[in-house]
Unconditional design. Sequence first.
Length: 363
Amino acid sequence: MTTPQPSFDARPLTDPVNAKAVRAFATELRARQKTGASAATVIGIVVAAAVAALVLPGIVGVIISMATLSGSPAAAAIPLLLIFLLLAGVGVTIWLTLRNRQAVRYRLDQFARANGMFYEPKVVSPPLPGMIFSLGHSRQSTDLLRGTRPRFVEFGNYQYTVKSGKNSITYRWGYVAVKLDVPLPNIVLDAKGNNGFGSNLPASFRKAQRLSLEGDFDQHFTLYCPKGYERDALYLFTPDIMARFIDHAAQLDVEIVDDWLFLYTQRKVSTLDPATWAWLFGTVGALLTKFDQWSRWRDERLLAESASSTATAHTLPFAPPAGLLTPPQGVAPQGRRLKRGGSVVPIIIVIGFIGFWILSRLN
């Protein structure tokens, strides 16, 4: 049976919106969100108002004092007018930014509804097992669109912050999370089309876990699978599935972990751009038709472990129960996570710096 393709109606992303409906939706979101973005916005406004209340009287006092000393009221009027215009401009900018943000959320919500999904503005520290979701601090997913048919799919923008010395760097990703039927070995496809100087992934893996596949798949992806799971990876990535990834996901990094499949990109996934959504819906739709065959995979190592533990628990020979003839769902411990490796990029940079320093000294 063919898996139905996700529907796609992009009109809510570009159609004119009703200002009253946007305001009503913003009010609804504020009521739904006990904490998070709305609270942060209120705190930001309060802090800005407090700073203005403390700073502005001092500035005005200095200007008046300068005008009194100079004996010219016009000397005070011009700076005050400039301050007023500056504050008015800042206020208008904040108002337009908030109004635009409300409209974006409204459009995404309407787009989600039109395509059989639902919208969630923000999730703090999303409990997902992918490699990007356990890094840094201040983790949050924003503008999430979730669907449940034919299986659970989540589109979202994600960010986390890493502290480096006295500075902090915020990393931003777009992702698609697809729920699978059964847990599978941890497999990563590092797309070569989006790499720069080395891999763009936030984690590196030991070279011994690389697996070369047939055809031109290696020209598009570097595949990593746990040691000893090469045959399982070949079972999962049949030629037709490899073709789907090459045709539709060559610019996306892929991770299979537990019973999830993640697609990663360093650009926004949840956006008002219809072309981006058309690409993502097409990619997910093409892959969904092949996930059903993955549900039949079983880890034979679990069968061996079950048979071994049962045999040691009985001293007399016996015929194993019929249920033990088929491995249970799950992955043996050695296949659940890839072994991480160190990145060579910092080493190359240090060697290059030392080489440049030596050459400059010789010259």
